[in-house]
Ligand binder design. Structure first.
Ligand SMILES: NC(=O)C1=CN([C@@H]2O[C@H](COP(=O)(O)OP(=O)(O)OC[C@H]3O[C@@H](n4cnc5c(N)ncnc54)[C@H](OP(=O)(O)O)[C@@H]3O)[C@@H](O)[C@H]2O)C=CC1
Ligand SMILES: C[C@H]1O[C@H](OP(=O)(O)OP(=O)(O)OC[C@H]2O[C@@H](n3cnc4c(=O)[nH]c(N)nc43)[C@H](O)[C@@H]2O)[C@@H](O)[C@@H](O)C1=O
Length: 321
């Protein structure tokens, strides 16, 4: 279904603009001529605080909202802090989506994640797999919060006639990522570990799990393009997948990162760490049919991200995580 027209001159709120996704969306929206972009850091506006969110929307009245603020982390962070991942994300979503509808935001994009689908969903995963089976245990709390967001978008559309939509991106990477040694996702985690091993002349690098799970990786600049594309061209209650349509085993990903970083030692696998879901490849047929496709190849995206990481490290400008 085509999107209802969005006015790029009206105020647009990018929630989570200092994060991986929000940062890329902000850059893209600036380039695309948005005239009035609203941003707040979490210390300026804690989105878990309902009164503060209400006051912000009442004062600023954004017409468009991209909900890219969330408590986010890799497999270990998700499985260690499930209570925080559930309640922080529920609070932020409920506050932002309800206030948006109450204060006249006509367009909103809610970002979910491919982990909302059942652990053993048929591959590639279609949008209609949602709620057809048990979730992956390492991220079930986060997934339930995200599924509630999808339902909230659908309920607000039904009750208030707003043009709110939900996108389900696959695993993301790129400039602005969180490179924390234990709480990050696999790609930034490995970039950092291989880089440090190269610098220290280490003989081997440890990769978590067995190396057999398969994952798909989308560059965040591709996702940012998809976010605007969907706000302008998609107006449907069903969530829509955003991915590349190709995946690879973690072992091959690790070999690729080692090659890009220039680490020539051995790989070891720590099987005491969780593997997570065995495979998570999105079916991207629906978004392809609408006319959007990923453009940045994994090797090219990795080289660009590694160059960015080295530059930020030298400048002491990597985000605190
Ligand atoms: N990274 C990935 O691989 C994937 C991400 N996604 C989704 O994309 C969205 C963004 O993720 P990503 O950019 O990676 O996450 P990041 O951790 O990079 O950024 C999250 C942002 O959320 C903001 N935030 C967190 N807590 C609060 C709070 N209490 N109040 C206000 N703002 C807050 C932070 O703001 P501040 O910096 O000011 O503290 C931060 O900039 C999430 O919904 C996530 O589920 C989906 C699939 C994969
Ligand atoms: C985006 C997505 O992200 C998470 O799910 P995940 O796909 O399992 O993400 P991950 O990137 O953390 O791991 C992918 C695979 O890689 C392996 N792995 C190897 N070495 C490292 C490593 O060094 N760090 C990490 N994190 N993983 C490693 C790891 O063992 C696993 O097999 C959820 O939080 C979920 O909620 C979510 O939305």
């Amino acid at each position: 279904m085509a999107g209802a027209s969005l006015d790029r001159g009206k105020p647009a709120f990018i929630a989570g603009h200092r994060g991986l996704v929000g940062g890329a969306v902000l850059r893209h929206f600036r380039e695309q001529g948005f005239g009035h972009l609203l941003t707040r850091t979490s210390s300026e506006l804690d989105l878990r605080d309902a009164d503060a969110v209400e006051a912000f929307f009442a004062a600023e009245r954004p017409a468009t909202v991209v909900m890219a603020a969330a408590k986010v982390g890799g497999i270990l962070a998700n499985s260690t802090y499930p209570a925080d991942f559930l309640s922080d994300n529920l609070r932020m979503q409920v506050n932002v989506l309800d206030a948006a509808a109450r204060h006249g935001a006509t367009h909103l994009l809610f970002l979910g994640s491919s982990c909302i689908y059942p652990k053993l969903a048929p591959q590639p995963i279609r949008e209609d797999s949602l709620l057809t089976g048990p979730l992956e245990e390492t991220n079930d709390a986060y997934a339930i919060a995200k599924i509630s967001g999808v339902l909230q978008v659908q309920a607000l559309r039904r009750q208030h006639g707003v043009h709110y939509v939900s996108a389900m991106p696959t695993n993301l990477y790129g400039p602005g990522d969180n490179f924390h040694p234990t709480h990050s996702h696999v790609l930034p985690g490995l970039i950092r570990r291989f880089h440090e091993a190269k610098e220290q002349g280490a003989a081997s690098v440890t990769v978590w799990g067995t190396g057999t799970p398969r994952r798909e990786f989308l560059h965040v600049d591709d996702l940012a393009r998809a976010c605007l594309f969907l706000l302008e061209n998609y107006d449907d209650p069903a969530p829509i997948n955003v991915g590349v349509g190709e995946d690879l085993p973690i072992r091959e990903l690790a070999e690729l990162v080692a090659d890009v970083v220039g680490f020539e030692g051995a790989l070891e696998f720590d099987t005491s760490k969780p593997d997570g879901t065995p495979r998570k490849l999105l079916d991207v047929g629906r978004i392809h049919d609408l006319g959007w496709k990923a453009e940045i190849g994994l090797r090219e995206g990795l080289e660009q991200t590694y160059a960015w990481y080295v530059e930020q490290l030298a400048a002491g400008a990597l985000r605190a995580a």
